[in-house]
Design a protein around this ligand. Sequence first.
Ligand SMILES: [Zn+2]
Length: 104
Amino acid sequence: MEVRALSEREPISKVMEEWNRRRQREWINVVPAVISLGVIAWISSTLRFSMGGFPSILIAAVAMVVISLSFVYAWFNWRCPACNKLPGHAFDPKFCTECGVRLR
Ligand SMILES: [Zn+2]
């Protein structure tokens, strides 16, 4: 019985380990998206047609692509390691709302 309890506990710690890795990757992923949002806000507040020799519309387009890629990455990364579904809509969930596994 004791051996069985240990082997049942093992996957849960693996899930939490993997979730921790995904959270760290997600924080890194958010940085360029936030910078891009700031760039778009800055461009739209100045209303200048060019920034440092580049057309503002081009800079805004690149920023939009960065934000889109960030969303695509999050779509694959921000998933429960146990059931591979989105673990609810909480900002930083403790449990997966789909399968109930503890994430952290
Ligand atoms: Zn799950």
